[in-house]
Design a protein. Structure first.
Length: 143
């Protein structure tokens, strides 16, 4: 049952929170791997990585699956509770990969109310909204 997803492109900007909550498990995994892949640090400890993955899922099982998948694909190396990010040379580009939208949002990381939501746009989907401070933490620009 694989309908060609690529040819059916109906996504619009109207996809918002509701859509991101109903993401499938597979989509969350892709998003998680993309997030790890784009971390702006060569090495993070496990809690810091999990803190970021929690913006996608709070399920420990799914978190583990994201880490396993990233490991298997060679995106990260795990050693002694730390993650080394194997760099494909792709930090999140703020200019092209982060979009800001006006509206009433709740930061996915800290729960603060926002009038401007920042979203990271990955091939696998969008992650957000985040406040301006939290988005920097999520992409690893600040720890
Ligand atoms: Zn926040």
């Amino acid at each position: 049952m694989t309908s060609d997803e690529g040819s059916e492109k109906k996504a619009t900007a109207a996809e918002s929170d509701a859509a991101s909550e109903s993401r499938s498990r597979a989509e969350k995994i892709e998003l998680g791997v993309a997030l790890l892949e784009h971390l702006e640090a060569d090495e993070v400890d496990l809690p810091a990585a999990i803190d970021r993955i929690e913006t996608i899922t709070t399920s420990p099982a799914l978190t583990r699956e994201i880490l396993d998948t990233a490991d298997k694909r060679g995106v990260i190396d795990r050693e002694d509770g730390r993650l080394r990010v194997r760099r494909g040379g792709s930090y999140v580009q703020f200019e092209s990969q982060v979009v800001a939208r006006e509206g009433e949002f709740t930061c996915r990381r800290c729960g603060a109310g926002l009038s401007t939501g920042h979203f990271i746009v990955f091939e696998a989907g969008e992650l957000g909204p985040f406040g301006s401070d939290c988005i920097r933490k999520v992409v690893g620009r600040e720890s």
